[in-house]
Design a protein. Structure first.
Length: 253
């Protein structure tokens, strides 16, 4: 089960955190992985490590909010591997700022990367996947995305973008089902990544949050990657338009 041998995967924001974990674990399942990020110095070591372990990995610099860069990189991936099967839309940023202090530029930058970039990459991926009538698009949102009672103090623009991802996923799933493309969202809870540090939570605030998590700990990136592997696989063939919360039971508490 969950065999991804020779599947071609593109992962955005794969130079660190969850994206890096997704790259290693998907490669371990046999996928050919295109690692992308805004800085080559971050994503190249990921591709190099995949190759050192006998896998196929390549690295490209890509700003997901720039359509020209997106098209250029997708062109190159298809040129090298012949097709694209799986997109992991992982790239995202976080800025801690009270809502009354968020500037128009802050808002636009967050939406450009965390939401518009998701759409640009999904749209281009779907054009390639439709050629083979098979595809998996996995969008990474957040538990703080609306409708579940989890807000983030100092992250109004972030949560707005993440909520938009869920709405986008549901619509794309309906439109692209006839093309053989499944589109789903993973919404992680508190995961041990640089983004968690960016929330600027104090030790006391972090401890108070963990009290509300039944498993009483922060999640590991690879625990989110396990869900990525499942949704990327043939075993998830009847799942589309869904959101999966990987949160240690936070929402159930």
């Amino acid at each position: 089960m969950f065999d991804l041998k020779d599947r071609v995967v593109l992962i955005t924001g794969a130079g660190s955190g969850m994206g890096k974990s997704h790259a290693f674990i998907l490669a371990g399942q046999g996928a050919k992985v295109a690692v992308t990020g805004k800085n080559l110095e971050n994503c190249q070591p990921v591709a190099d490590e995949i190759k050192s372990k006998g896998g196929e990995g390549v690295c490209f610099k890509m700003d997901v909010s720039n359509s020209d860069e997106v098209n250029k990189v997708f062109d190159e991936v298809v040129k090298q591997f012949g097709r694209l099967d799986i997109l992991v839309n992982n790239a995202g940023i976080y800025q801690h700022k009270p809502a009354l202090e968020i500037t128009e530029n802050d808002w636009d930058n967050m939406i450009d990367i965390d939401l518009k970039g998701m759409f640009l990459c999904a749209q281009r991926a779907a054009k390639e996947m439709a050629k083979n009538k098979w595809g998996r698009i996995i969008n990474i949102a957040s538990i703080a995305s609306g409708g579940v009672g989890i807000g983030v103090d100092g992250g109004a623009h972030y949560t707005a973008a993440k909520g938009g991802i869920i709405g986008l996923t549901e619509t794309l799933a309906v439109e692209w089902a006839p093309l053989g493309i499944n589109v789903n969202t993973i919404s992680p809870g508190a995961i041990d990544t640089p983004m968690l540090s960016a929330t600027q939570m104090s030790k006391e605030e972090l401890a108070a949050m963990i009290v509300n998590i039944p498993l009483k700990r922060i999640g590991r990136p690879e625990e989110v990657s396990a869900m990525v592997v499942f949704l990327a696989s043939e075993e998830a063939s009847y799942i589309t338009g869904a959101t999966f919360y990987v949160d240690g039971g936070w929402l159930a508490s």
